[in-house]
Every structure is written in structure tokens, then in C-alpha cells.
Design a binder for this molecule. Sequence first.
Ligand code: GDP
Ligand code: IMO
Ligand code: MG
Length: 446
Amino acid sequence: MPGTCVIGLQWGDEAKGKLVDILTEDHEIVVRYAGGANAGHTVVSGGQTWKLSLIPSGILRDGITCVVAGGVVLDPASFIREIEGLEGRGVTVAGKLLLSDRAHLVFPWHLAEDRILDGSLSGGEAIGTTGRGIGPCYRDKVGRSFAIRLGDLYRPGFAAKLADVVAVKNRVLSAWQGDGAMPLDPQAILADSLRHAERLRPFVADTTAFLLDAVEDGRRLLFEGAQGSLLDVDHGTFPFVTSSNSSGLGVASGSGVPGRWIERVIGVVKAYTTRVGGGPLPTEQGEPVGVHLRERGREYGTVTMRPRRCGWFDAVAARYAARLSGVDELAVMLLDVLSGLDELRICTAYEIDGARTTRFPGQIDDLKRAIPVYESLPGWHEDISGARTEAALPANARRYVARIGELLGRPVTVASVGPDRSQTIVLGRSRAAPVASHAPRTPAPT
Ligand code: GDP
Ligand code: IMO
Ligand code: MG
């Protein structure tokens, strides 16, 4: 069975991009299947830093086919900028990238709706979106009537359909914005769309058929998760989530590849917790620990540059995410950021209204009242960014990583000690060795 998935187990930015880039070596096809330009995935190699948004992180390697599948929402202008940015730095994109004709397009009205509506409908508390039109585009997809897919750009009725949608969107935007609303210009949007259509034409394909052929032919696929499991629209910290199934549950629906083809799910965690945007974060820390994590981890958003909120590792949340996403093994990233702290804490349970639980609450109000129960572990002061083997890590770092594995009930197979490809330690079993999909699961906590 040919599929490996890399899934974030927190609220995004777990360093999925770094891991995908490394794992690409053992795969032939890398697939982005959900989210859009809200994602910012970083790969650092040979002193160069690459920030990828819609294009799979596998694009940096030769001989790889990168697929943007139908579950992705695609802003054509930003997608073209990303292609040109890569080509400008000498990365070959032509012939390596396939783009689903089913992907829904982000238009200027989606960006406007995102700007106008965030914060106004959730009791005044903003979701703090990335402003990339993600929620409004997925809303139109589910609503169907005003949705436009990439394949529509090439159909004869496109100009008429666009004119109808722009007329409706102008009415909606002026109702929301009042007299100050700037009407969208249908002619300008049509001209931009036709230009984008020509630029993207060589990449457009039926990626669902391509991927189904690929799995049936036994080709090795790597699915690159975007966002994190706790931002999943159905099973995350709703309403402070993104608008897609960003947990492992979304791989099949977003790509069109049934779950039976997926053999190995790697759950990615930071060695601590971060979140950008609104919503509860039970283990959040201010001075001094939160500031240490933000500064040492350079915790500023890849997409929006917002400072990320930082806190201790939350094993209750990450364990829930690992179970939800069907995780076989774990990668613990940014371990080096913890160097210099005397004491490390891991949240092992919550206290909600005086009752202790290891279950992650399904309702946001309960999560807001959750008081973390911490376990304390000794820290280390050594700089570990040069470590390349498990044995080169201080004993306390090894103990900390092992404890994360125990609490999440899965083996930790990778530890990362710096942003560069080379700053990676393979633990226990070889990263190329698949984990049996029938591996025993840890019993559910109470
Ligand atoms: P993604 O969205 O999950 O791909 O993660 P991001 O790229 O948004 O954020 C992860 C950040 O951590 C990036 O700036 C990476 O270059 C950086 N990074 C990745 N692994 C490590 C690590 O082990 N140590 C440190 N210090 N930084 C890392
Ligand atoms: P990667 O793939 C971190 C967060 C936003 C906001 C919420 C909804 O880089 O891990 P949206 O624009 O999706 O409607 O915003 O989700 N968010 C992310 N946080 N990493 C991401 O992606 C994110 N994508 C969305 O900050 O709280
Ligand atoms: Mg990111």
C-alpha cells in the first residue's frame, strides 16, 4: 500500500513542510489536498529558505510529481506568484505540477468577505483568519450556487457565469459594507481570470483520476497536510478553526484517494505548543516561558507575520489529535527551542469545573474553562542543534521526547533540532520502514 501522510497534531505550523521535504526522497508523488494560501510551509536547505503556500513542499526535489488536489481552494494570482517565485530561484515547476480542475477558486469577493466578516459573527471574538478568503471560498463551495472551479475557466459559459456571480456579490458586499462599498468590476475580474486561465492551462488535470491510477499502479504517494488537526472544521476547536478537514480525516475527501490506500500516518508536533489567531489555548504562557519559546523558535506567522501564541506541550490535545488522525508514529520538531529552560512542563490532564479529565472537550466553552494539570520534567542547557543521533542528545532531552511518545501512545521516530534538512535525528526505526497499519492502538483514555 503506497500512501504516507504527514499531519499536524496541533494548531498548525508544526514544521510539516520540513518533514515533507525530507520524506519526499522516498516517494514519487507529493499531494496537497486541503486548505489554500492560508498555509505557509518552510523548507530550509543549504542555507536557502523556501516558503511554500499552495505548492507541495516536494517541488524542491527532482523527479517528483506534485499534485494540488480538488480539496484545495486556489487563489490563482497567488498561485502564479508562487510558481514564478520558485522559477525565479531556479526551481523547475513545468512538467512537475498538476492542478485539479475541481479545485475551487478564491476571487476578490472572498478576500473582501473574509476581511468584513471575521469577528462580526462569533460573539465579537475574532477567529483571526489569515485573510486569504479561505472560509468564504469553502462557504461558496458548499453552497454551490456561486462557486467557480478551476475547470469552469475553460468552459464556454464562463463569462456569463462570472457576470452573474459578480452582480450578486456586489449586492451582498454593499449590504454588508453600506454606502462605502467599492463595487467589484466584472470586466476587470474577467480579464484577470482569462489571463490566469492561460497561465495555468499547462498544469490543469483530472488529478482524482491521476491519483487513483497512481495508487493502483503501486506508486509511492506522500500526502502533505496543511493546518493542524485541532483546526479541523468538524473535529477541531470550532468555531476557531479553518474551513476544511485539516486532520487526517480530510486526506481521502480532499485528494479523492480512499483511506484504504494509506499505510503510514506521521503525526507532527512541536516540542511545545503554538497557535496563531483566536480561540482557547489552555497551556499558553506569557513571560518568561512564552517569550523564550517565541524568540528562540522565531514564532511569527509564515503567512501573516503575526506573533504566534506559545505555551507548554499539551498532551491531552495532541493525543486527541493523534487518535483522530489515525497516527502511527510521531515526529517531534523544534526540540532545540527548549534548550535553556530549567524545568519543562507537559499538560497531562485538564481540570474542568473541579473534575479531572484526559479527554479533549468537544465544546469550546469547556475548553475555555480547562485548567491544565502539569507534569514537570528536568530541562537541559546544552545547544542541541548540532546533534545528529539520539545518543548525542542530553539525557533529559531524550527523556522528554520519550515521555511525549508515551503520553500519545505512539513511537517517536523523528526528532528535529533545527530548521535545516540536516538537523534531523531518526530515532528507533528507519524512516523508510513502513509501520504496520494494524499496529496496536493505545486504549482510549477516560
Ligand atoms: P508548517 O506550516 O507546519 O510547515 O510549519 P512552518 O513552516 O509554518 O513553521 C515551522 C517553522 O519552524 C519554520 O520557520 C521552520 O523553518 C522552523 N523549523 C522547522 N523545524 C525546526 C526545528 O527543529 N528547530 C527550529 N528551531 N526551527 C525549526
Ligand atoms: P500551516 O499549513 C497555523 C489558522 C488562522 C486562524 C484559523 C482560520 O502553515 O500549518 P483561515 O484563514 O484558515 O480561515 O484561518 O486557522 N490557520 C493556521 N494557523 N498554520 C496554518 O497553516 C494555518 N492556516 C490557518 O490563524 O486562526
Ligand atoms: Mg505554517
